[in-house]
Design a protein around this ligand. Structure first.
Ligand code: G3P
Ligand code: CA
Length: 246
């Protein structure tokens, strides 16, 4: 099973920061997950929420602030407030961390609440600038955005995110040309895994942090998990390997 460090190594370091992403490289995992928004001056930045207030010591929506303004904020987490690697990074800064690795980047386009004009094209331009289209998954809760990404560049894999039960969700994801379905843990069951695989679709589940849930995902045949605890997920996978070797 593939492990993605969700927002970097976010259980230990400030989420979606260069520090959290660098620390994820210490693990033998498949990749990382990160969230992108667009600034007032049209730069793609990596942060989870639409506004900076929860994670940084400023206030306001990303869409209303310039990159310089966003860079002036420090993260709120004790012990990391003055750390220069804990500012809001651009997508390019995050990609550069992984250029010498084989990590896959699941870039979540966060446009289900705020609509950012041309964000799909902007993100894909950056991916192509770094020539990493073969190790990127673009995901979104916004199904139009998934369709748009596939129309712009069908070589880049896409994953449909959802939170509430959706009728015919696998067929819907297929109709968007998504290559994977990204359900929340609470909607995971064997039937969904089997249906995805029957329809040649990968299933990557979020957010899987408990040991029991990690085992459950492995048992059900889930393809990938997003976890804030890549350390714990690696230990579980190592234990299973040791069990089968002995
Ligand atoms: O991509 C999986 C997960 O990150 C989606 O939810 O709210 O953590 O961005 P959220
Ligand atoms: Ca996310």
């Amino acid at each position: 099973m593939k492990v993605f460090a969700h927002r970097g190594f976010s259980s230990r370091y400030p989420e979606n920061t260069l520090l959290a992403f660098k620390k994820s490289l210490d693990f033998d995992i498949y990749g990382v997950e990160l969230d992108v928004h667009k600034t007032k001056d049209n730069k793609i930045v990596v942060i989870h929420d639409e506004s900076v207030d929860r994670t940084f010591d400023g206030s306001g929506f990303v869409k209303d602030l310039t990159l310089n303004e966003l860079k002036s904020f420090n993260c709120r987490l004790d012990g990391f407030k003055d750390n220069p690697e804990c500012k809001i990074p651009t997508l390019e800064e995050v990609i550069e961390i992984f250029l010498d690795s084989n990590f896959v980047l699941n870039i979540e386009i966060k446009n289900d609440k705020v609509s950012y004009e041309n964000i799909e094209q902007d993100v894909i331009n950056i991916i192509n600038k770094y020539n990493i289209s073969d190790r990127v998954i673009l995901s979104s809760f916004n199904s139009n955005s998934i369709l748009h990404c596939n129309n712009i560049d069908s070589c880049i894999k896409t994953g449909l995110l959802y939170y509430y039960n959706l009728d015919q969700v696998v067929n819907f994801a297929k109709s968007l040309n998504a290559s994977s379905l990204h359900p929340p843990l609470h909607l995971l069951d064997k039937e969904l895994v089997d249906l995805c695989h029957k329809e040649n679709m990968y299933i990557n589940v979020y957010t899987v942090d408990d040991v029991e849930d990690i085992y459950k995902n492995i048992e059900l045949g889930v393809d990938g998990i997003f976890t804030n605890y890549p350390d714990i997920a690696c230990n579980v996978l190592k234990n299973i390997l040791t069990f089968y070797e002995n």
